[in-house]
Design a protein around this ligand. Structure first.
Ligand code: CUA
Length: 178
């Protein structure tokens, strides 16, 4: 079959563009572990702080030894504002908001999800480099939006101590809820 030279150029051009799109998507998804949060779970925002799925807020370890971080966004703070997690370990974040939409972003990492009233967002990621990471709110949520920051402290695995009940931030957050 005879294909005109310009037809050929366009066909190859389209093939190259499609290949670039697919490869860049594959590199982001498999190489850099970027995934859209796809966890659909609803919650009553009025009881977000005390709901057993979100309380106590902070770091916990489940029966299988997996590390979880539960965070509730309120105007204008993350509860808790600070969390310490081990490096090189999958960490599952559970996020929701008690009032308006906030955006939980662990700056400089692939950890990010919206905190939406009525929904629990969830993502799992791991941090290879110990250090302190800024947690920013990246959804405009009101006059104090720019002050809504927190800190994620990633420590080497051997230096990390699983939180005990006495370190649980539950009391602080109950005061806020009350
Ligand atoms: Cu919370 Cu912006």
């Amino acid at each position: 079959m005879k294909v005109d030279i310009y037809e050929r150029v366009w066909m190859w051009g389209v093939a190259v563009v499609l290949a670039v799109f697919f490869i860049s998507t594959a590199v982001a998804a498999y190489g850099r572990q970027f995934h859209p949060p796809s966890h659909i779970e609803t919650i009553d925002p009025r009881t977000a702080l005390t709901d057993p799925r979100m309380a106590p807020q902070g770091v916990s370890v489940d029966a299988d030894g997996r590390v979880h971080v539960r965070v509730v966004g309120v105007t204008f703070a993350w509860l808790p504002a600070e969390a310490t997690v081990p490096a090189g370990t999958p960490i599952t974040f559970h996020l929701t908001a008690a009032d308006v939409v906030h955006g939980y972003q662990i700056v400089g990492t692939n950890g990010q999800a919206m905190a939406i009233p009525g929904y629990i967002s969830q993502f799992t990621t791991q941090f290879m480099t110990p250090g302190e990471y800024l947690i920013a709110c990246n959804e405009y949520c009101g006059v104090g939006h720019h002050m809504m920051a927190g800190k994620l402290i990633v420590v080497p695995q051997e230096d990390w101590e699983p939180p005990t009940a006495s370190q649980s931030p539950a009391l602080e957050t109950e005061e806020v809820a009350g």
